[in-house]
Design a protein around this ligand. Structure first.
Ligand code: FRU
Length: 470
């Protein structure tokens, strides 16, 4: 490690040591949170040498997001995580203003990480869109998943097409037909978001293969791209910026969603579906685990929110979590996301909830699973968080009416039919899965009371409540 790296590492260790003693009331049990300060995108997700590895965008220095480095968690079961430190620091001329997002590729006992090194030039006046920013792709490797090699620059801004701004980032790497492929998100000079494909024989030398975008502009920038197949269906996931909010979609400041890809030739990117309709979800990444499952993890947060909804955990010195790991399945061209089955092992004490009656309980870790009959439906948590379904209009709404939303108000979309719901509450992290994961709402929610209550209105076939614990 170089001198700058040693200085940054000492600072990280000092901050983490300081926050280790702090009491964190209502700490999430199953959602990955930062040891100190700020967390954003999941990075480098993989299964390697018997463990799951989750890296994440991490800024221990500033609870509201500052210089980004990579934090690292490992776990054997997607439920219990152990912090392994911050292996990638902003310590070279190619990543000195941020070790930005990237991915992992594992092969022959080696873990390869690829990421974007962010550099902000400060010697002149720049607009930082078309100029003034370096976005190299860097590569490191490791035999034990803990200690990493020297950083190597494998792509620089000169390697990107001329009609691109300097916003090209977030490499995702995989192998296909004997070749390595990399996808990068980008902002073209004509104001169109797109992805770039590179290919390589040796993971070091990369050549531009092609570009993929929509016919009509769909946002000005696509962040955090991912391309993968489930059940033979190719899926392109991107996080576009610059979409106009509509009555039933694009209600957050930035979006994350996917296109089903029939052929990779551009004209096939037609229908975009959002991964999640809640207030707090962005920049997801997927990986395939040792059991062949395609697992998605997102950032349960939102950058640059104009509504300024808040997370009171800032007062405790930390902010944001990652979502639960979700298994992706595809049935009849429909994409489903559902918490990995391991979570069910954490359930205790089943209780039945009767429709129309208030169910009172204490505790901040629980799940509700309910099957609907028909008609209008409502679930109220603490008379603050409301999930409402109107059969006539097919409108589904997530609404906060009390202080628990901390500035979050309403999100709504349309759902053809409401069959079932699973609501998972892990302290302030709430994920609501409809119809076995056909639609998801993720949100932070800060209950204002220790005496909790649940009420299901409408006609339900069954409703069960489970405590969750470690
Ligand atoms: C998405 C993102 C990425 C970038 C990273 C920086 O949230 O903006 O495009 O690599 O965050 O933290």
């Amino acid at each position: 490690m170089n001198q700058l790296g040693k200085i940054i590492q000492a600072e990280v260790l000092r901050i983490e040591e300081e926050s280790r003693g702090k009491e964190i009331p209502c700490r999430p049990l199953f959602h990955i949170m930062p040891p100190a300060g700020w967390l954003n995108d999941p990075n480098g997700l993989c299964w390697f040498q018997g463990k799951y590895h989750v890296f994440f965008q991490y800024s221990p220095f500033d609870v509201n997001g500052g210089l980004k480095i990579w934090g690292h968690m490992t776990g054997e079961d997607l439920i219990n995580w152990e912090y392994q430190g911050a292996p990638l620091l902003a310590d070279t001329p190619y990543d000195c203003h941020g070790v930005y997002s990237g991915s992992a590729w594992t092969e022959d006992g080696i873990m390869h990480l690829f990421y974007t090194g962010n550099v902000k030039f400060e010697d002149k006046e720049y607009d930082y869109i078309n100029n003034g920013r370096g976005s190299c792709v860097l590569h490191v490797s490791s035999r034990d998943g803990i200690h990493f090699s020297e950083k190597k620059v494998v792509l620089t801004n000169q390697d990107y097409p001329e009609d691109y701004t300097c916003h090209v980032r977030d490499p995702k790497v995989w192998k296909e037909d004997g070749k390595y492929r990399m996808i990068l998100g980008g902002r073209r000079k004509d104001g169109k978001g797109a992805v770039l494909f590179y290919q390589s024989e040796d993971l070091e030398h990369w050549e531009l293969e092609k570009e993929l975008t929509t016919e009509k502009p769909f946002g000005y920038m696509w962040e955090c791209p991912d391309l993968f197949s489930v059940n033979g269906q190719k899926i392109l996931s991107v996080s576009p910026q610059g979409l106009e909010p509509q009555e039933y979609c694009y209600q957050n400041v930035y979006q994350s969603g996917y296109f089903l890809v029939e052929k990779e030739d551009g004209r096939e990117l037609q229908q975009f579906r959002e991964w999640d309709y809640g207030f707090d979800f962005y920049a997801p990444q997927t990986f395939e685990d040792n059991r062949g499952r395609r697992i998605l993890i997102g950032w349960m947060g939102m950058p640059d929110s104009t509504e300024e909804y808040q997370n009171p955990t800032v007062a405790q010195g930390w902010q944001h979590v990652l979502t639960l790991p979700r298994e992706i399945t595809v049935r009849e061209k429909k994409v489903y996301q559902y918490p990995v089955e391991e979570l069910k092992e954490q359930r205790k004490d089943r209780a039945e909830i009767k429709g129309g009656e208030v169910y009172s309980f204490e505790g901040n870790y629980f799940e509700v699973e309910a099957e609907a009959a028909r008609g209008d439906l409502k679930i109220c948590l603490d008379e603050d968080l409301h999930l409402e379904y109107e059969e006539n209009t097919r409108e589904i709404r997530l609404i906060f009416t009390g202080a628990g939303g901390c500035g979050r108000t309403i999100r709504k979309t349309r759902l053809e039919e409401f069959h079932s719901v699973r609501l998972t509450a892990d302290a302030s992290c709430v994920e609501i899965y409809l119809n076995q994961g056909e639609m998801v709402f993720s949100t932070r929610y800060y209950p204002q009371t220790e005496k909790r209550s649940l009420k299901l209105e409408g006609i339900w076939k069954s409703a069960d409540f489970y405590k969750l614990s470690r």
